[in-house]
Design a protein around this ligand. Structure first.
Ligand code: NAI
Length: 387
């Protein structure tokens, strides 16, 4: 199972599938790439050839022709017959994914591992489509897959436990930074990162500060690479809002993950961000970008609030055994490039200060959204650090 020389199959040749296929081929595997849309497959073939050529010119990989030679571009799924691992990266629809998984099972050998790159569906419910569900696992790559090191490994309820270390070893061999996470909504990154967007939008909606000021505070004072409004405009509100809404409903409507009307209206208006020329910001030619209010005290208040909410999410994830402390730190630094891990951030600020910020918010608002994790309270009472 999952030997170094296995043939890797990838279903879906879109942004993620093509990227994952590239990673596997560069790592030395023969790769079979399949897409139900012939035009998409042709496009992926051309892009992969051009990308690998460029990487060779830059000296980042060896012989591009040799790596391209490892690919076969398949017109039907029977080409997956000899694969030892298949990674599915098709449209994010449970019924379509389930159909593909049950079709795959009819083609592959009994020991072929079937992985899904889903970012929001339950791996357990995808595995349930298979007769041999213990061979199914989640391998969640980040976009762009060749550049982002993080891979979240998500065992389903049915997954054979011995598959987990094998998947981890393979990802390490591919040069990735694997973390292991429970099959719960958003896994690690898409769960713990929610307040970066949600709390920032809340601060904006309350009129505490405008978008340019919040972005300025979180980048300049907070050390984040991009502010939440610039970042969601970049990701696209169709993608980012849908993740928020999915996480919110998947958590049985926990108010901590409540989506915002500001972002929903952007989506309804078709103001999806950079790709449509308008989102929170206006990217039209000649449009004037708003200037931030560089008031240090206001900026710090924004950073303290957003960072306290992020730390609380990470601590609560630790409390619920979603992942280990080390994996939580790795996920947030490698998956969304946070300036430091959130548990380290908590240790540096002091759990007491973080708890004070949250309790102050809770006292002011009386909203469940601001409830502090019991583990954070315990850390304060027992004067413990997380790392
Ligand atoms: P995409 O839309 O770029 O590509 C999906 C591809 O799958 C298309 O080429 C489509 O023709 C093909 N396809 C659809 N149904 C198929 C079927 N039944 N059989 C074979 N091929 C089929 O989508 P993208 O962005 O690559 O996402 C793919 C998966 O990866 C989704 O599950 C998504 O949630 C997940 N993901 C996406 C990330 C992102 O940032 N785009 C990040 C991490 C995970």
């Amino acid at each position: 199972m999952l030997q170094n020389n296995i043939t890797v199959g990838v279903v879906g040749s879109g942004a993620m599938g093509a990227g994952i296929a590239q990673v596997a081929a560069v790592a030395g595997h023969p790769v079979v790439l399949f897409d139900s849309n012939a035009t998409a497959l042709e496009k992926a073939k051309n892009n992969l050839t051009a990308t690998l050529q460029k990487l060779q010119e830059k000296g980042k990989i060896g012989n591009a022709a040799e790596i391209i030679g490892r690919f076969s571009f398949a017109a039907d799924m029977n080409a997956f017959k000899d694969c030892g691992l298949i990674i599915e990266a098709i449209v994010e629809k449970l019924d379509v994914k389930k159909t593909v998984f049950s079709e795959l099972e009819k083609i592959v050998a009994a020991d072929c591992v079937l992985a899904t790159n889903t970012s929001s569906l339950s791996v357990t419910s995808i595995a349930a489509a298979c007769t041999k569900a213990d061979r199914v696992i989640g391998l969640h790559f980040f976009n762009p897959a060749p550049l982002m090191a993080l891979v979240e490994i998500i065992p389903a309820v049915q997954t054979e436990p011995s598959l987990i270390p094998l998947a981890k070893a393979l990802m390490l061999q591919w040069g990735k930074a694997p973390v292991i996470t429970k099959d719960t909504p958003g896994f690690i990154v898409n769960r713990v990162a929610r307040p970066f967007y949600g709390e920032a939008i809340r601060i904006y909606e309350e009129g505490i500060a405008d978008i340019a000021t919040i972005d300025w505070a979180l980048t300049t004072l907070g050390g984040f690479r991009m502010g939440p409004f610039t970042l969601t405009d970049y990701i696209g509100h169709d993608v980012n809002y849908v993740v928020t809404e999915t996480v919110f409903s998947s958590f049985f409507f926990d108010p901590r993950y409540k989506p915002s009307f500001s972002q929903k209206r952007l989506l309804e208006a078709g103001w999806l961000g950079r790709k449509t020329g308008r989102g929170f910001y206006n990217y039209a030619e000649g449009a004037i970008m708003p200037e931030p209010n560089k008031d240090a005290a206001l900026g710090q208040q924004i950073v303290d609030r957003v960072v306290a909410m992020l730390i609380n999410e990470a601590v609560e994830a630790l409390h619920l055994n979603i992942a280990s402390a080390a994996d939580l730190e790795l996920a947030m630094t490698k998956g969304v490039n946070y300036p430091k891990g959130l548990l380290q951030w908590c240790d540096e600020l002091g759990a007491e200060e973080v708890l004070d910020t949250l309790d102050q918010l809770y006292n002011d608002y009386h909203e469940d959204r601001y409830r502090a994790s019991v583990l954070l309270r315990k850390a304060v009472n027992e004067k413990k650090k997380f790392l």
